[in-house]
Design a protein around this ligand. Structure first.
Ligand code: ZN
Length: 203
């Protein structure tokens, strides 16, 4: 599998996932990285099939229309998302990119349209739900702390060796694993829902 994390001009991460045999590819969170993404797709001679968004915040979708105008790929987001999209997805849907399977996990909390993407059951693209050492804010419009609590609990039940690939570069390193985050991420310490709501409301 071709897998590339891209970051330029901001702390937003974009990702390119591609099947090296069929050359089919998906971009996750185009963000402000369209130029870098275009270069990489052309260098690797990939065929862009999907432009997937972990949620509708503009810092994640900024490059969508440019990528679509060049490559004609389908814009994918959760069915409740308000963004311009071609392919709505929901919990447990599977997108195929060549032989790669991308499973949709509905993880609201930071936003009502938040999804995480489980790639080949090995890599989890967590958007603004889970960062290295942090979790997403819930105080923006569409945020919900109880939903975030449930989403984070769910992610912690995944296998420890699954890689964590977040939507922003907020941590000490750009990627992690579920197991490492369970040990070291202070937002994942065991808490009741009430305790988590108190924790998240602290400045
Ligand atoms: Zn966001």
């Amino acid at each position: 599998m071709f897998f590339k994390q891209i970051q330029k001009y901001s702390d937003n991460f974009s990702y390119i996932i591609a099947d090296e045999d069929t050359k089919e590819a998906a971009v996750v969170d185009s963000s402000y990285n369209a130029n870098e993404i275009i270069k990489a797709i052309k260098n690797e001679k990939l065929q862009l099939k999907y432009i997937i968004n972990t949620h509708g915040h503009s810092d994640h979708t900024a490059g969508n229309s440019e990528l679509q105008s060049i490559f004609g790929a389908k814009i994918v987001a959760h069915k409740q998302s308000q963004i311009h999209l071609n392919l709505p997805v929901e919990e447990s849907d599977i997108l195929n990119v060549g032989k790669i399977s991308i499973k949709i996990l509905y993880t609201p909390g930071h936003s009502f349209d938040g999804i995480c993407l489980l790639v080949n059951n090995q890599k989890l693209l967590t958007g603004d739900t889970l960062f290295v050492g942090e979790c997403g804010r819930t105080d923006f419009p569409g945020g919900n702390t109880k939903s975030m609590y449930e989403s984070l609990n769910r992610l912690q039940k995944l296998n420890d060796n699954i890689g964590v690939y977040p939507g922003h570069d907020y941590g000490l390193k750009p990627t992690s694993t579920i197991g490492e985050e369970k040990k070291s991420n202070y937002t994942l310490q065991p808490r009741s829902l009430k305790g988590f709501i108190e924790f998240m409301s602290q400045p």
